[in-house]
Design a protein around this ligand. Structure first.
Ligand SMILES: [Zn+2]
Ligand SMILES: [Zn+2]
Length: 249
């Protein structure tokens, strides 16, 4: 090895860093492969082989309406039997635990936007069975919350999905006109009350088929409120797409 090459190697220039463990690795050893109807470019290697194994998608039985992991295939969960969700379909990558949970927390609370491309590829893979939409919409934040955090993680994920499949991103279609109480720590009924009229949609959404993007689904109350707002202005179909599903509500 020449002196220059040694120096180049020591500086780790030209190497790819795993977006999860941040260690350098050889991209040729790990290239994500997934199938989706919306003409994906090559996803590229974002994870080292060790971390890749930590992010495998959930493929077990689930409630067909809300995606809740189930013990038996095709069984509706108790919540969907009583209150079927308002969306037309859904997709998600994995269960909100382990490395996937860590990555979502790092994106949301530590502002590690470098994780968004990886999580965007997971949204893309999770959309494989959904019909191609006219537009993407992210679950919005109230402007005060947006100023405080500096970014909306759902919008960052939607941007990555837009980059992957080229579907227009239409953030102006849905907005959150009033500040909200954080949902974490509230009971399911309090979450529902907290979300009443939390979202409003523009009539430009009338007749459109949409994918509504979020990072996590817990009870589904936030997604339901967003979908209802889009339905109220005549959206034709709304499919929800998120990275991770909590195992129990
Ligand atoms: Zn790694
Ligand atoms: Zn369900």
């Amino acid at each position: 090895m020449t002196l220059f090459k040694k120096f180049f190697h020591a500086l780790e220039l030209g190497q790819t860093r795993c977006v999860h463990c941040l260690r350098p690795f050889s991209p040729s050893a790990s290239v994500s492969s997934f199938q989706s109807p919306c003409a994906p470019p090559e996803a590229g290697a974002l994870l080292c082989p060790d971390c890749e194994a930590l992010f495998t998608p959930y493929s077990g039985p689930r409630c067909p309406l809300c995606g809740l992991p189930n013990t038996s295939t095709e069984a509706l969960c108790g919540s969907c039997l009583q209150h079927p969700p308002p969306w037309d379909g859904l997709g998600y990558h994995g269960i909100y635990q382990g490395a996937l949970r860590d990555a979502l927390l790092r994106l949301k609370f530590a502002g590690e936007i470098s994780l968004a491309p990886l999580l965007g590829t997971y949204l893309h893979g999770a959309a494989a069975n959904l019909p191609r939409p006219d537009a993407l919409v992210a679950v919005p934040q109230h402007p005060a919350q947006l100023r405080k955090r500096g970014f909306n993680q759902a919008h960052e994920l939607a941007k990555e999905l837009h980059n992957l499949c080229g579907v227009p991103l239409r953030p102006e279609l849905l907005f959150r006109p009033r500040p909200h109480t954080p949902q974490s720590g509230l009971s399911a009924s309090d979450r529902r009350r907290n979300m009443n009229n939390a979202f409003f949609a523009e009539y430009a959404a009338t007749g459109l088929v949409l994918w509504l993007i979020d990072d996590i689904m817990t009870t589904g109350v936030t997604l339901s409120a967003s979908v209802k707002a889009l339905r109220n202005v005549g959206a034709q179909k709304v499919h929800v797409l998120f990275v991770a599903r909590t195992p129990l509500t």
